[in-house]
Ligand binder design. Sequence first.
Ligand SMILES: NC(=O)C1=CN([C@@H]2O[C@H](COP(=O)(O)OP(=O)(O)OC[C@H]3O[C@@H](n4cnc5c(N)ncnc54)[C@H](O)[C@@H]3O)[C@@H](O)[C@H]2O)[C@@H](O)CC1
Ligand SMILES: [K+]
Length: 499
Amino acid sequence: MILTSREMKALEERAFADGITAEALMEEAGRKIAETVRQFYPFPGKCIVVFGKGHNGGDALVAARHLAEAGWTLEWKPAFPEDKWAPLTRQNWEVVRDIATGPDGRHCILSRPGPQPVIILDGLLGIGAGGALRPPILDATREINRLRATSNARVFAIDLPTGLDSETGAADPDTVIADYTLTISFAKQPLLADAAARFVGRLAVLPLEELSKRASGGNPDGVATAEELQSTLPRRNFDMHKGQCGRVGIVAGSRGFVGAAIMSAEACVRAGAGLITLFATENIYLIVVSAIGPEVMVKPVQSYLEVLEAKTDVLAIGPGLGSGHASEVRQIIEQAPQPMVVDADALNILSDSIHLLDRCAGPRLLTPHPGEMARLDPKSKDRSRRETVEAFTTRWPHTLLLKGSRTLIGQRDHPFSYNTTGSPGMATGGMGDILTGVCAALAGQGLSLYDAARVGAWLCGRAAELAVTVGDESEESLTPTLLFRYLGRAFQDLRAGKG
Ligand SMILES: NC(=O)C1=CN([C@@H]2O[C@H](COP(=O)(O)OP(=O)(O)OC[C@H]3O[C@@H](n4cnc5c(N)ncnc54)[C@H](O)[C@@H]3O)[C@@H](O)[C@H]2O)[C@@H](O)CC1
Ligand SMILES: [K+]
């Protein structure tokens, strides 16, 4: 469920009327903020606490207390003098100050050798924000952005990045650029505005028990968190065999673009498919077999139409395919009864004959990036991402995964689902080929295309962020095939409802 900030405040009021205290909610919020920070950065480092006078600042102080107890060094940057703080904010300061402040005004109980993470908590403004940023908050947001730009500090915004309008999601020019936004209780509408993605970053929703119980109404759209998706991934029975994990056929690759085919097929292997066949035309067959992992069967074909005769449960079509086999591709999209992931060049071929989507013999998951989407639907350039997905799924009976830094998934009669995971390190050619293989593997294991899309996007984003947080990669060094090293951990986190 996604709430407006106004609905969120009304929900809090209902809880207060039932005797739940703001103090108790803040305590739970602060504890969960610290837990989430530690999921991304399990080893303690330095935390710079930038806080305002309201309860958003109070959340930051409670979180800081828990981080201090876990060994983090704290540095304080209050935006206002103490006499301006809300009573609960001050109360939490008194608790944390005694625990966490040494004689030099900084807390230090642990120093580890080697580089330590430096994080900034943005506890300046939350849903109490209104109007353009004003000093001294404005000076503080500029300082956070300066620190982020000039150091390796990672910014965690509490509830909303300060400067994002809490109703519309419009961004003040000095809005905090967060790497992570940890939003309290429910996802808020403004965080999902198209223009907000670059300020919000990786999104995590921290449910508060007493508020979850009382929630009603709201927008039925969802944000895909591990907790939400956990139950969609089936557990395997001990006696399961490869035939039950999905026979996936992949139609991909052409001269100059065999890498796309290889990455899709290997991603399919790493995401659990039972038997993977890559169909390769004679002109690329030898290149493909010499480069691909031994788990993938490579079948030489004269014509891709042979795919229609092969025994498969799921198909994926498009990565690196080029435009040379357009007629065969159209026939496969139309005639194959199996569920199919349609990506890349297959989407470009489809955009010339979009009405074919009315006649498909099986369900289709289309995974365009915004450029491919504009070819499928030229009007999408003038629409918001949500409007684009809505227009497509209203017209066509298929699933759409619209890529981007806030990947959005839709299907008729299903809630729109915003992905939460990811890293700017994913801005590299080939990430989409991995996603195609992962989604096809999940569909092979019995997930509907809608769930395969939601889980696939979550897993790929989670693997990428693990590589740059707990792994040794940076946003620059991350490559698509490096995701394989972290996919296993991403699956484990999904099953644990973590992240
Ligand atoms: N109320 C509750 O029960 C809970 C609230 N929580 C936290 O409390 C937050 C809301 O707290 P508050 O209502 O105290 O509000 P905030 O902490 O968001 O800040 C409001 C204060 O900032 C000032 N302000 C507003 N807009 C400004 C602007 N554009 N420039 C400069 N100053 C501005 C206002 O004068 C006001 O004093 C939530 O976002 C969440 O982080 C959580 O602790 C969970 C429970
Ligand atoms: K904030």
